[in-house]
Ligand binder design. Structure first.
Ligand SMILES: NC(=O)c1ccc[n+]([C@@H]2O[C@H](COP(=O)([O-])OP(=O)(O)OC[C@H]3O[C@@H](n4cnc5c(N)ncnc54)[C@H](OP(=O)(O)O)[C@@H]3O)[C@@H](O)[C@H]2O)c1
Length: 248
């Protein structure tokens, strides 16, 4: 076994938030490596486009137009006959100084980034029980450091790091591995508006020793490695795709 377009042959992999950005790149790469991918997002037009763009790939993409916060989605996920991998990718950010942060934002960010991620992982354990699996929780470099205007987001991603380590310890006996991927800034619909501010752009490039943003493919590569048997002995850890931001 090695790096090849058959790396994920025979595996069923769910990617949440697969309509845009990082999740879309993960779904396409997993299908390129032979997986049967279940791509989840709410916007049907994004999912249709994803399916169109995957027709030449060796794997298959099935789409689920679902909201990952809903109990009905968790029930549907529990009903799968088998699942070998989950990229728990949905997440959000509400950038503001603590003194200006709306109280609703505290719930919105923690509910989606922690509670919903936890519930999706919990539901995935049922179809993973049969043959074990690999869960990749999408973190961020902000799961390791602080940054102005991002205290709430940092709290949520530090939570994802802690949760993932604890899950790895608890689930190892069930042959379920749990890791995170922690990207630096990636241009996606979530971050594009941020980079319209030249001061912010300069701040980001000054903070990244490699002086470039990560691409969605950079992040997908790390995720696919963690889903595959190439990482069979890797659990409870993080792959930082951050160009050195957190190494300073
Ligand atoms: N972009 C970055 O710079 C960066 C850096 C570090 C970490 N991250 C993390 O990477 C993850 C993905 O970020 P991104 O920038 O790719 O995000 P994005 O561009 O905003 O895309 C998010 C995807 O998730 C879907 N989604 C959102 N809420 C959903 C829900 N409740 N149920 C189902 N699908 C939902 C969206 O589609 P619908 O709205 O149609 O459902 C969309 O397809 C997040 O966890 C983020 O914190 C991003």
């Amino acid at each position: 076994m090695g790096f090849s377009n058959q790396l994920l042959n025979g595996k069923t992999i769910m990617v949440t938030g697969a309509g845009k950005g990082i999740g879309r790149a993960c779904a396409l790469l997993a299908a390129q490596c032979g997986a049967y991918v279940i791509a989840v997002a709410r916007t049907e037009s994004d999912l249709l486009q994803l399916q169109k763009d995957s027709t030449e790939l060796s794997g298959t993409i099935e789409t689920w137009s679902e909201d990952v916060t809903k109990a009905s989605f968790h029930q549907r996920l529990k009903g799968l006959s088998e699942l070998h991998g989950l990229i728990n990718n949905v997440g959000t950010n509400r950038v503001a100084k603590m003194t200006e942060q709306a109280d609703d934002d505290v719930d919105a960010v923690l509910d989606l980034n922690i509670k919903s991620l936890y519930r999706c992982a919990k539901a995935a354990l049922i179809p993973m029980q049969k043959s074990g699996g690999s869960i990749v929780n999408m973190s961020s470099q902000m799961g390791f450091v602080g940054s102005p205007g991002r205290t709430l987001y940092c709290a949520s991603k530090h939570g994802v790091e802690g949760l993932s380590k604890a899950m790895a310890v608890e689930l190892a006996a069930d042959n379920i591995r749990v890791n995170t991927v922690a990207p630096t800034f990636v241009l996606t619909p979530m971050t594009e508006p941020m980079f319209e501010n030249p001061q912010f752009k300069k701040f980001v490039f000054d903070m990244i020793p490699m002086q470039k943003l990560a691409s969605t493919e950079d992040v997908a590569n790390a995720c696919v490695f963690l889903l595959s048997d190439l990482s069979a002995m890797v659990t409870g850890t993080c792959i930082k795709v951050d160009g050195g931001w957190t190494a300073r």
